[in-house]
Design a protein around this ligand. Sequence first.
Ligand code: SDX
Length: 436
Amino acid sequence: MSQREKALSDTAQLTVDGKSIELPVYTDTEGGRAIDVSELYSKHRYITYDPSLGSTGICRSAVTYIDGDKGVLRYRGIPIEQFDRPKPNFIEVAWMLIFGHLPTAAEMSEFRGMLTQYELLHEGLTHQMHYIPPKAPPMVVLSSMISMMACYYEEFLMPPDEQSFMMQAAELISKVRTIAAFTYRRNSGLPFIYPDPSLRYCENFLHMMFSIPYRQYEVLPEIEDALNLILILHADHEQNCSASAVRVVGSAKANLFASISAGVNALWGPLHGGANVKVMQMLESIYNGGKKPQECIEAAKDKSNPFRLYGFGHRVYKNYDPRAKILKSACDRVFAKLKTSDPLLEIARELEGLALEDPYFIERKLYPNVDFYSGIILRAMGIPTDMFTVMFAIGRLPGWIAQWKEQYDNPSTRIIRPRQIYTGAPLNDYKPVDER
Ligand code: SDX
C-alpha cells in the first residue's frame, strides 16, 4: 500500500442508534475512495439506500476508468483520445478490453481468423429472421437473435473455459455484426448479402449493409476508419446501465449469450443507448420546421414538459464527454471526404452553443454526451436512424463481454440481489371474497 494510501484512513465510523460501526475504506488506482458496506446487513442489520446506485460500487473492475469531473475516459489505462489515430482498429481495442492488454500481431491474427471463421450464421438462424414481423424494431431482432444463437450452438450453454470463452467472444463479435446487417437488409426488403471472408471487420459490415447482388459496395477508407472509431468510442464505459444488466444476469450464472441479450435490451432505453435515435429525431424535427433550437432548450428546461435535450447530460460526466469531442471533429473529417454537409450538424452545433451558455445547463453541468454527434456520422454513412442503437450495441459488445468475463473469473462473485425499504401494508390476514 502506498504512503499516500497509508495516510488516508482505511476505516470509516458509522454512528447509528447509539452504536458505532467501523467500516473498511478502499482506495482505487486513481485515488477514488469506497466505503465497504457489504457486511452492514449481515453483521448489523442495516441496509444502505441508493436507488439509482449513483453512489454505489457493484464491483472492482480494471477494464475502464472515467473521471467525470475532468472528462477523462481510459480503456485499460489508455486515454480514449489515443484511439483517435490513423487507421483506428476496433478489433484491436475489443481484444484489449476483453483480454486485458493490447494484442500482439500473433494474437490479432488468431482473433481475426476466428472472426472470419465465425462470421456466418447457422442457416436456421438466418431463416428465423424471415419470420420476425417485417417492421420489428432492430433492437428486438438483435436481442432475440442473440438469445436464439444459444439454440444453435449448444456449447454456448456450457460454462466456458479459456479456449471456449475466446471462441464464444469471437462468435458474438462476428455474428452480431452479421445479424445487424441482415436486420437492416430484412427491414429494407433487400436480399441478405453474406459476409466476405477477405474483408476486414468494419469493411465486411459495410459490404453486408450496402452491397447489392453482383455489385460490391466500395468502402472508402475514411468511412471504414470512421466506423472503426465510432465503434471504439462506444466499446466500454464502466458500470453503465447495460453493462450492469449484463453483470446482474451473469451473476446468476446465466450464459454469456443470455447476459449479452439483457445488455442489448437495457441499451435500447431512450435514456441510454436509445438516445442516439432520439437525438436524430430531435434534430430532424427542428430541421423540418418543428421547434426552433431555442424552443428545444426552453422545452428541455420546463419541468412540466417531458421533453429532454437528448444527447445532453450524463450520470458520470459533469464535463464535456470526451467521446462527443472526438465525434464532433470526426464529423468534419467525414463530410470533407464525402464532399457533403448535413444541415443537422449545423443545428446540433447551434443547440450545443445555446445549451452551454444557458444557466440551467451550466448549473447542472449538462454537456453533450456520446450520443449527441454519433448519429450525424452514422447518417452520413447511409445507416438509417432506426439502426443507430444497434450500432451502439455492436460497439459496446466487447465491453459487455469484458465485464461479464471479469465477473465470471472472480471467485468471490455472488448472485447480485439488492434489498429494499419496505413501504407496503403491515401484517394482515386473507379475507374470503364475500368478506371484502
Ligand atoms: C449513455 O452511464 C453511461 O455511461 C451511459 C453512456 C455509456 O456509454 O454507456 O455514456 C451512454 O447512455 C449516454 C446518455 C444518453 N442519454 C441521453 O442523452 C438522454 C438525455 N439525458 C438525460 O436523460 C440524463 O442526463 C441522463 C439519463 C443521461 C442522466 O440522468 P441522471 O444522472 O439521473 O441525471 P438527472 O436526470 O438526475 O438530471 C439531473 C438534473 C435534473 O434536473 P433537476 O431535477 O436537478 O432540476 O439535470 C436535468 C434533470 O432534469 N437534466 C436534463 C437533461 N439531463 C439532465 N434536463 C434536460 N435535458 C437533459 N438532457
